[in-house]
Design a protein around this ligand. Structure first.
Ligand SMILES: O=C(O)[C@H](O)[C@@H](O)[C@H](O)[C@H](O)COP(=O)(O)O
Length: 261
């Protein structure tokens, strides 16, 4: 059952990143208070990394019990360990290296020089197995019930590494697949699929910048998920679009409350 998207529009991308970081702190603290731990899926890209940098600078940052937080990724560029273009490398620089996470609870996607070598499909299958091992009987399918799954939105409406019309967005069974020939470099990637994304309690889509305005308008106007993957990204209890004013500029004004100043 898809949850209708809620929209929050912020004045600019810096405020959107700061507000989203504050929202994430609260969500994690609440999850840890009620269940003893929290599980979050990170996204790559400028908006995703901007949120992590804002979180690193947030005064309330250490309200989070970093040792009881599981971090997963929505997608990863299939490059060697430590490559500056890998999402996990950028996340470490933005936040992860400055907080006391439990390394066993940081679930990076495999690198192209890891145990699976350059076999991206084997790497994807291994990550799917890691997710299945982490899932419990209370979960909806072979992935943990992520508290928050974040997705940057591409100018073509892609999310994670699910690109319009390509095979990965059409996947209905597997939770993780390899991507060959992605239009956004690098071409080879590992990605969660829509079924895995939809297992999350909350899905937050991050869209700031004028290059996202058309994508937001398409994805929120009833487009199909194959042509507009962002339209198919929704959570079990909440789907939240976090935008700035420029990314919301092509949306009907009735679609969102007054932008936060
Ligand atoms: O690996 C990636 O590139 C990201 O996971 C990708 O899905 C990203 O989130 C979008 O392309 C938006 O990126 P920007 O925020 O930089 O526009």
């Amino acid at each position: 059952m898809s949850t209708a998207p809620q929209l929050v529009v912020h004045r600019d991308k810096e405020l959107m990143a700061q507000a989203a970081a504050a929202r994430l702190i609260t969500r994690i603290v609440d999850a840890q208070a009620s269940r003893g731990s929290a599980s979050v899926v990170l996204t790559g890209g400028r908006n995703g990394n901007g949120l992590l940098a804002a979180l690193a600078a947030a005064p309330a940052r250490d309200a989070i019990d970093w040792g009881r937080l599981d971090l997963w990724w929505g997608d990863e560029r299939f490059l060697p360990e430590g490559d500056p273009e890998r999402n996990v490398t950028q996340a470490r620089e933005a936040l992860l290296d400055s907080v006391p996470l439990d390394p066993k609870r940081v679930h990076a996607m495999p690198a192209s020089d890891g145990p699976h070598g350059t076999d991206v499909d084997a790497a994807a299958a291994a990550y799917a197995e890691e997710l299945a091992q982490a899932a419990g009987p209370e979960n909806h399918g072979p992935v943990p019930a992520f508290d928050v799954l974040m997705l940057g939105v591409g100018p073509d409406t892609h999310v994670a590494s699910l690109f319009p019309e390509l095979p990965a967005v059409r996947e209905t069974e597997r939770t993780v697949v390899g991507v060959h020939g992605a239009p956004k470099p690098p071409p080879t990637r590992v990605t969660l699929t829509l079924p895995a994304i939809r297992a999350a309690r909350e899905v937050w889509l991050l869209a700031a910048g004028e290059d996202k305005a058309k994508a937001a308008a398409i994805a929120l106007s009833g487009a199909g998920e194959i042509q507009a993957p962002a339209a198919g990204a929704y959570g079990r209890s909440r789907t939240l679009w976090l935008l700035d004013g420029t990314a919301a500029s092509q949306l009907p004004r009735s679609l969102y409350p007054p932008a936060s100043a």
